[in-house]
Design a protein around this ligand. Sequence first.
Ligand SMILES: Cc1ncc(COP(=O)(O)O)c(C=O)c1O
Length: 411
Amino acid sequence: MPPAPALTPPGTDLRADRLRKLPPFLFNAIDDMKRAAIAACKDVINLGVGDPDRPTPPFIIDELDKAARVPLNHQYPACYGTGRFLGAASAFMQRRFGVTVDPKKNMVALMGGKDGIGHLPLALLNPGDGAIVFAPAYPVYKQGAIMAGAKVHVLETSPAHRWTPQPAQLSDDLLNASKLMWLNFPGNPTGVTIGSGELSVLARRALDHGVSVASDLAYSELYFDGAGPVACPSLLAAPGIDHLRDHVIEFHSLSKTFNMTGWRIGFAVGHESLISALKQVKDNYDSGPFNAVQDAAAVALERFDDPLIIDVRHEYQVRRDAAVAALRQIGCQVEPPRAGIFVWARCPIDSTTGEPMSSWRFVEKLIEEAGVVTVPGAGFAESASDWFRLGLTRETPRLLEAMERIKKLRF
Ligand SMILES: Cc1ncc(COP(=O)(O)O)c(C=O)c1O
């Protein structure tokens, strides 16, 4: 009799190499600290996550209610997007950014922006191809590229340049070794916005070397200070960019604008060849967002300038101002972000060293001594090792309470 096959010893790491290459998930370490504070009976205020606290507007919920009662909607969804959803999304691109697209060729519905962002590298990159990511950044740009076996070129930005990418960072050699470049303005975690001209310069430099450019516009509607929609431009409307000719793609999400993170809905828009490659990946991985959610999202996009959305912007601005004032009081270097749902600040000076505290040390102190959760900049980039991110997505009285607790700390 042949010998019985050896059993895999318990505790063996069965993961594929691609998973082992991923950096540790930043929020796990923070969750551990949060749990320890809760176990010590602390009343914890979580300003770590970017998950809006306010409910989805009622007109969107009403439409879901109606659409969920239509039996046809209970079948597999229209994977690339229903005519109604894509029609509303293309009308949004036209009204909001002045961009004309063919919904069938240039758009695909997504189960949230993360779906498209995570899957795009699988659609475009062969193992070993280069992907350019400016850091600090939303982690999925890098992780998605790693999962596709690509080589990630992380270019760190710095406070000296307002955390904005510099065209000089894009050398010919780097671009010649790359196939995809990510841009994200308004940025997570920095809240930085750039104008249409700057966006065009960066994208053009990559495109002229045959590098496709992906722009993530998840926070496009959450701008402050009366800056107006022009503060958050679309790459597709940037001067000298033509989505019929240039290999550009942009990711839009309903999550943050409409308080719909749990609904999982967004869309990608751009050059037909990039969209069709992404569709091919999605054909093989999922079946698209629930049709009823697509109907409700269509109504949301039709009313992107509704007074309720203007009110959301106003509320975030009030919270931002309170957070910036409190952080300045404890000696943090901080500029009020012009958009987004985060405040990005330098840790206060440590009185024993005369230098800004390390972000892990500061975040730990905030949790332990104030019961307030934030995110260390070191988790996003080396250049941000003494910066931290504070989310504005808690009810205003809770946020104000967190700020009062922070103001009492000594460093
Ligand atoms: C910059 C950025 N892009 C995309 C997303 C993904 O959002 P969703 O998948 O909910 O659309 C997030 C979520 O936090 C984000 O911060």
